[in-house]
Design a protein around this ligand. Structure first.
Ligand SMILES: Cc1cc2nc3c(=O)[nH]c(=O)nc-3n(C[C@H](O)[C@H](O)[C@H](O)COP(=O)(O)O)c2cc1C
Length: 186
């Protein structure tokens, strides 16, 4: 798939199958994020890959899925939770480190999508610092769910409402503003 189609395909996935993600796929994702652009090339982010089912389960209970949807339908059922998480930790938290974190999250998302894997980038979660041994000066900034998708998600036309929604098959529809609304040429 060419890179432009990939960006359109790479939607947030919130329900997953239990199928394993191969070591090669993990390596590709982590290798791409290793070489990502970052401020002054200081490379201050670190990553924790959570594969241990007990830890995965604790994180499942700490993250908040799809806060825009009604509470009854926003969370995965137990058999739909992601099998893995990648955690982004800022070793020198700052505003510029937040930008590095966003870039890293997108590299992880697009790399995963290129291998037909799904991700959900999450900034809403309860404190996991002690569980994941985050050091005092560090900041656990984003948690990314990773696995094989168990639903689809499509871009739809934006009609004055940014809220994504889903249908009876749990497939998502995500309104995106047209270029004319967000771009100025000077
Ligand atoms: C910085 C950031 C934080 C996010 N936090 C959450 C979150 O806590 N829970 C969640 O379910 N989705 C979260 N998302 C996913 C967004 O809701 C999703 O990207 C948005 O609805 C657009 O959908 P799309 O990614 O398919 O384009 C987050 C995305 C970003 C970039």
């Amino acid at each position: 798939m060419d890179i432009n189609s990939l960006y359109h395909k790479a939607r947030t996935i919130r329900l997953f199958t239990k199928e394993e993600v191969s070591q090669d796929a993990f390596h590709t994702i982590l290798e791409n994020v290793r070489v990502a652009s970052n401020a002054t090339n200081r490379q201050t982010l670190r990553y924790i890959v959570i594969k241990n089912p007990e830890l995965v389960s604790k994180i499942n209970n700490s993250v908040i899925y799809a806060s825009l949807l009604p509470q009854k339908s926003n969370s995965p059922q137990s058999d739909q939770f992601p099998p893995y998480y990648i955690v982004i930790v800022q070793t020198q938290p700052s505003a510029i480190s937040d930008i590095d974190t966003g870039i890293a999250a997108d590299v992880i998302k697009i790399s995963a999508a290129s291998m037909n894997l799904g991700t959900c980038i999450m900034a809403s979660f309860k404190n996991l610092d002690s569980l994941l041994h985050i050091k005092e000066k560090e900041r656990l900034r984003l948690i990314i769910a990773l696995g094989h998708p168990a639903h689809q998600s499509h871009i739809v036309e934006y009609k004055d409402d940014f809220r994504y929604y889903k249908d009876e098959h749990d497939d998502y529809y995500v309104p995106k503003k047209p270029l004319d609304d967000i771009v100025t040429f000077l």
